[in-house]
Design a protein around this ligand. Structure first.
Ligand code: G
Ligand code: G
Ligand code: MN
Ligand code: NA
Length: 252
C-alpha cells in the first residue's frame, strides 16, 4: 500500500518515472501525440501504477510537487529528443484540480519552457472536469494564461465528472478525450454508442478535436473512427512505454 512518506521519498530520490503512451490519428494512422503517465518504481523493475498513488498524492498535497516534476521531466525529455535529431510529437501531461487551485502551475510551465527551450506546442495539458468546480473564474484565468503561452489544453475523462456544458464555452480547450468507461462496451452497448455519437457531434460543433482512450479492440477502433473520432490511444496500439521505447517511434 502506498504511503505518503514513501511517496515523498520517491519524489525526492527520483524513483518516479514518466512513461509515454502513443496516440494515433484514425485517418492517416500516424502518431499524433503521446500521453505522459507517471509511474513509481517502488522496487527496481516493479512499478506502482498511479491508480494506487495519485489519490494519495492528491489528498496529501504532494501532487503539486509531483505534477511540477512531471512537467519538467517531460519538457526535458522533449528537449533531449530534439537535441538527438528526433521529431517529437506533442506530449500531454495530466494536471490535477489541486494544481490549479494552488495556482503555481502557470509559473511551473513558464519555467519549464524557458529551461528546455522547446516549442510550446510540443506540450499539452490534460485537465479534468473537477477543475471547473470551486474557484471557477480564477482557474479560467490560469487556463487562459497557459493557453497564451502556446500550450494546448485537453479535457480528460469527458462526461464522467460534474458536467456543466457551460465551461466548454469558457475554457480555451482544443480537444475532448472520451473516457474509457464509454469505450469498453463498444460497439455493442447502445447507450455508450449514443454517448460517443453525441460527444463527437458536440466536439465538432465546438471546433474541438476528439480523442478516444482505452481502445483495446479493433472493433472499438472501427466504431470510433466511423463515429468521426479523430484519434485514439489504448492497449490495442500500445501500453504506456518507457522513454527509450517511446523514442523508437519518433522520426529522425
Ligand atoms: O496510468 P494509469 O491508468 O494507471 O493512471 C491512472 C490515473 O493516474 C489516470 O487517471 C491518470 O490521469 C493519472 N495520472 C497518471 N500520471 C499522472 C500525472 O503525472 N499527474 C496526474 N495528476 N495524474 C496522473
Ligand atoms: O485518467 P486518464 O485518462 O489520464 O488515465 C489514463 C490511464 O488509462 C493510464 O493509467 C493508462 O495506463 C490507462 N490506459 C491506457 N490505455 C488503456 C487501455 O486500453 N485499457 C485500459 N484498461 N487502461 C488504459
Ligand atoms: Mn489523461
Ligand atoms: Na481519462
Amino acid at each position: 500500500l502506498a504511503r505518503e512518506v514513501d511517496l515523498r521519498q520517491a519524489l525526492l530520490h527520483e524513483r518516479l518515472e514518466v512513461h509515454y503512451q502513443p496516440q494515433f490519428a484514425f485517418d492517416t494512422g500516424r502518431m499524433i501525440g503521446m500521453e505522459a503517465l507517471m509511474r513509481w518504481e517502488q522496487v527496481p523493475g516493479q512499478y506502482v501504477p498511479p491508480s494506487e498513488f495519485i489519490q494519495l498524492a492528491e489528498e496529501s498535497g504532494l501532487i503539486v510537487d509531483m505534477g511540477a516534476w512531471a512537467v519538467r521531466q517531460v519538457t526535458r525529455q522533449l528537449a533531449s529528443w530534439l537535441a538527438a535529431g528526433l521529431q517529437p510529437v506533442p506530449v500531454a501531461v495530466n494536471v490535477s484540480a489541486r494544481q490549479w487551485t494552488n495556482g503555481e502551475i502557470v509559473q511551473v510551465v513558464r519555467l519549464a519552457l524557458r529551461e528546455s527551450a522547446i516549442p510550446p506546442a510540443l506540450l499539452r495539458l490534460e485537465i479534468t472536469e473537477t477543475v471547473a468546480m470551486g474557484e471557477g473564474d480564477q482557474i479560467i484565468g490560469l487556463l487562459h494564461d497557459i493557453h497564451a503561452l502556446g500550450i494546448r489544453l485537453s479535457l480528460d475523462d469527458f462526461g464522467t465528472g460534474y458536467s456543466s456544458l457551460a465551461y466548454l464555452k469558457r475554457f480555451p480547450l482544443d480537444e475532448l478525450k472520451i473516457d474509457r468507461s464509454f469505450v469498453t462496451a463498444l460497439p455493442q452497448d447502445q447507450q455508450d454508442a449514443a454517448i460517443v455519437h453525441a460527444t463527437v457531434a458536440l466536439a465538432r460543433g465546438l471546433g474541438l478535436r476528439v480523442l478516444a482512450e482505452g481502445v483495446e479492440t479493433q472493433a472499438q477502433a472501427e466504431f470510433l473512427a466511423a463515429c468521426g473520432c479523430d484519434g485514439a490511444q489504448g492497449f490495442l496500439y500500445s501500453l504506456p512505454e518507457m522513454a527509450e521505447a517511446a523514442a523508437l517511434r519518433l522520426q529522425g
